[in-house]
Design a binder for this molecule. Structure first.
Ligand code: ZN
Length: 131
């Protein structure tokens, strides 16, 4: 974090973005966002959650250190079934490129933000950083 310029495009596209189906279930006062590459995963997660609890609520959805983070409001233990689905997708997010949805893995180089990226998205970021 801090004041340095983020890698081109990653930040700007990530901000304030949530798949349409999820939006009405997430606390509007949160700073939720999801990287574009995870849209399909989040749509699937939404369907699974809605099947358990059609009116399910989420406190926040975001990407942190290249992984999906989803927070339930209140006491998580009261929503064990929802929690199980959420944890499954949080784990899966670590293997899906957050920019394009292709199979990816965590990229953590010194001085750069940790992100889950595929080989080709990783290459793009690398080229930009060197120019
Ligand atoms: Zn990619």
């Amino acid at each position: 974090m801090g004041g340095h310029t983020p890698p081109r495009e990653i930040r700007s596209e990530v901000q304030l973005r949530l798949p349409e189906s999820l939006r009405s279930h997430v606390d509007p006062s949160s700073l939720s966002f999801a990287p574009p590459g995870w849209t399909n995963e989040l749509e699937q997660m939404h369907l699974r959650l809605a099947a358990i609890e059609p009116q399910y609520r989420l406190a926040e959805v975001k990407e942190k250190f290249g992984r999906l983070r989803v927070y339930l409001p209140g006491k998580p233990r009261m929503d064990a079934a929802l929690n199980g689905v959420i944890e499954e997708y949080e784990r899966r997010s670590a293997q899906v490129c957050q920019e394009c949805g292709a199979p990816g893995c965590s990229r953590a180089e010194p001085g750069r933000r940790i992100a889950t990226l595929c080989d080709s998205c990783h290459g793009v970021v690398e080229t930009d950083a060197n120019s």
